[in-house]
Design a protein around this ligand. Sequence first.
Ligand code: MG
Length: 383
Amino acid sequence: MSKLAVYAATDEASRGRRFKEDSPNYRSEYQRDRDRIVHSSAFRRLEYKTQVFVNHEGDMFRTRLTHSIEVAQISRSIARILSLNEDLSETIALAHDLGHTPFGHAGQDALNNCMKEYGGFEHNLQSLRTVDELEERYADFPGLNLTYEAREGILKHCSPSKAKQLGDVGERFLKKQQPNLEAQAVNLADEIAYNNHDVDDGLRAGLISIEQLTEVNLFNTQYQVVKSQYPKLQGRRLIHEIIRRMINELVVDLVETSQQRLTEAAPESVDQVREQTVPLIGFSDSMRERSLELKRFLRNELYRHFRVHRMTSKADRIIRDLFEGFMQDIKLLPPEHQETALRFESDFGGSGRALAVADYIAGMTDRYAIMEHRRIFDPSELT
Ligand code: MG
């Protein structure tokens, strides 16, 4: 790795792990974090969890796994250009969606509704819970025992009430401080990745059209460039030429704006980055505006499209049925989850059962949730 900036995260400045371990011999601390994530079972399950489109809609669409890999690619580019810690940004990117429920945002909203009276369900918090508690891989500690910096980055958002219960990683939400720069880069790489791949997937699915998209400045700018350079270009190659230029324009704006802000603020350590009142990694004002315009377009034309709504409404029903079913009859849970539910009930009272059920449901892939729903509610499955 080339020389890191003074404000980059380093092994030496790390706040360490929850359970003390010897330093790795041939890897950095953050490389070890990344490797632990790649080998985790939650990471493998991302392959069968969706973003917008349900998995069986087709094999060409993004899943949470391919999304996370795209986010890692963009994050690493940004980190490298800004002399930040590429390994840490890759780690956070690969882990950022580990706590997502099946069925994308629809699943998250449904589970959050089910959990309302038990403290709610937050997917960022669940990602942290996955790496801190739920992964079962080591003899000496629960979870993956990641570094503070990786955990700080994974917990992107958090309500103040939850933050109070979290100790060190929760503090910044109460003090209104910033996470490390690598985490800030991942947040925006996430946005760049999903806006662009949702345009691509939406076009592929025929839910939105190029003509509609030319009303969006970010898209239209690159569409005009490609059209003037390759007037006859059509189909997939036209779309891809536009999208790759959009990603590039967003990343270039981001690194140039961030470089300028870093020069002005001149933080001399990660701790000084944390003390800033605003994130130092960001888009220029005009690019933020253009990115928001694209987001609005996708919300209105794609995420609210009736065909997408049919999928999300089904997803909502499946999650609700499963939650209610398990809450009413704990014996419907597989034995190990029953045990957990009983243990949580004695530890946390009434919300304990709900917590165990939410962990079980959040860990499901799309198709597992569909199968489990069928096994529990479909009478024809009796035979
Ligand atoms: Mg994401």
